[in-house]
Every structure is written in structure tokens, then in C-alpha cells.
Design a protein around this ligand. Structure first.
Ligand SMILES: [Zn+2]
Length: 115
């Protein structure tokens, strides 16, 4: 799902994307001409190999997220969680993908290793 930066209003617009069994939904709100704040929830489950024993297990996720999207380069360290888009569109699938990757960077253990 893509929405053009120009089409995002200051009072917010709903978005929802899905990737396999995970959905990401919330509100995208314009902060200024080139900056949009996305507040939402990532919820669902995915298959993961346990980082201790290597067994495959289903990891559930439910997490509040706050991501900023900038139209083009954004030269400010003010926003830690910021993704730059260069084609005048915010791509919510890219956003979800990137959040999931950082989530999977943590060590995730199956239920028997997590005791
Ligand atoms: Zn394990």
C-alpha cells in the first residue's frame, strides 16, 4: 500500500497493510510538508528459527510502533525511527518490512528455551 505524501492530511489518514499473518495498521499524519508521522500497531505471528536450539516456532507479535516517513533526504537526528522515501510516496509495506527486520534482529527463543 502506497500513499502519496501530498495526499496525507494534517488530521491523519488510516492505513492498513498485511504481510502473511502480520498486519500493520494505524494513522498516518502529516507533520510538515516533507514529514509524516505513522502511529500504529503491528500484530500477528510469523515462523522463526529459535536462536538457541534452531527449532522452528511461531512467534507472536503485538507492538505499538511510531515511525516517521520523510519525503526525500531528512538531515536531522531528531527522529530515530525514520524511513526516507524518494518517489513522493510512503510505502507502508516497506515500513512493515523494516520494522519486522529490526524485531527479528533481537534474539528470539522458542517456548522451551524461554523458560
Ligand atoms: Zn529453542
Amino acid at each position: 500500500m502506497k500513499i502519496g505524501f501530498k495526499k496525507i492530511p494534517y488530521d491523519g489518514i488510516n492505513f492498513e497493510v498485511k504481510k502473511e499473518d502480520i498486519s500493520f495498521f494505524g494513522i498516518a499524519q502529516k507533520i510538515n510538508k516533507n514529514l509524516v508521522k505513522c502511529t500504529g500497531i503491528i500484530e500477528g505471528s510469523f515462523l522463526h528459527l529459535c536462536d538457541r536450539c534452531g527449532d522452528e516456532f511461531t512467534k507472536s507479535i503485538k507492538q505499538n510502533v511510531e515511525i516517521y516517513a520523510s519525503c526525500g533526504l531528512y538531515d536531522d537526528d531528531k527522529y530515530i525511527n525514520l524511513i526516507e522515501f524518494f518517489d513522493d510516496f510512503i510505502d507502508f509495506d516497506t515500513m512493515l518490512q523494516s520494522e519486522l527486520e529490526s524485531f527479528k534482529c533481537d534474539y528470539l527463543y522458542c517456548s522451551s528455551c524461554n523458560k
